[in-house]
Write a protein that binds this ligand. Structure first.
Ligand code: PGA
Length: 248
């Protein structure tokens, strides 16, 4: 049985006070400490602040990005050992915004994934097709190309979480239907199983793209959907609490 995971991707939103209000609301709703894993990924500047707020809550802390090197002359970047020092256990890797706006390649994503795992962090590796790729019938090819870069190192993959995030569903209010999402999740699991059935069986594959309290239950009922990566709705306490409440 795979442990469900819901990760909150705050992106570049919020501030000290908003973070405090949000975490306090989640804590008083008692969302942490269940069988599922809840992960809060604030902007990196707030990691230390949020680490303090999360203490004893049963929720875990994650980052939204990292550099693959341990240290070096990489102005503006943050490394895995730095994240660990501040209590992060997860890191989102290869979000479509990183790929599209910051030109991250599949090779960058694979290198970050490897580095994260080598430090004991759990990478949440994002894959997903654009609207154009879906329209052209290239969903499978796009997702498998991104996945194959990570599959070059099966040890890393065995310690990662995959987030299927169709780009057309991110922040748009459009959600993949449970059937559309399940189809791609099943494809990912089948592809990994082609290399290692045990890894595939244990691999957590979460869905992201306009997940909200109203659609979470249907998504979570699909057999290969093991949780969610939540953007916009993770900034609204009631929505996020509602999503967490839909886990089976
Ligand atoms: P969204 O974002 O929930 O606002 O669509 C998801 C994500 O980008 O991870």
């Amino acid at each position: 049985m795979r442990q469900a995971l819901i990760a909150a991707n705050w992106k570049m939103h919020g501030g000290r006070e908003q973070a405090r209000h949000l975490i306090e609301a989640l804590v008083s709703a008692g969302v942490g400490g269940r069988e599922s894993e809840l992960v809060i990924c604030p902007p990196s500047l707030y990691i230390s602040h949020v680490a303090n707020l999360l203490e004893g809550s049963g929720m875990a802390l994650g980052a939204q990005n990292m550099h693959p090197a341990d240290q070096g002359a990489f102005t503006g970047e943050i490394s895995a050992p730095m994240l660990l020092e501040f209590g992060c256990r997860y890191v989102i890797i290869g979000h479509s915004e990183r790929r599209q706006l910051f030109a991250e390649t599949d090779a960058d994503v694979a290198a970050k994934c490897r580095a994260a795992v080598s430090w004991g962090l759990t990478p949440i590796v994002c894959v997903g097709e654009t609207a154009e790729q879906r329209d052209l019938g290239q969903t499978e090819a796009a997702v498998l190309q991104q996945l194959s870069a990570v599959m070059e190192d099966m040890v890393s993959l065995a310690n990662a979480v995959i987030a299927y995030e169709p780009v057309w569903a991110i922040g748009t209010g459009l959600t993949a239907s449970p059937a559309q999402a399940q189809e791609v999740h099943a494809l990912i699991r089948k592809t990994v199983a082609g290399r290692d059935a045990k890894v595939a069986d244990a691999l957590r594959i979460v869905y992201g793209g306009s997940v909200k309290a109203a659609n979470a239950e249907a998504l979570f009922s699909a057999v290969d959907i093991d949780g969610a990566l939540v953007g916009g709705a993770s900034l609204l306490a009631d929505e996020f609490i509602g999503i967490c409440g839909q886990l089976p």
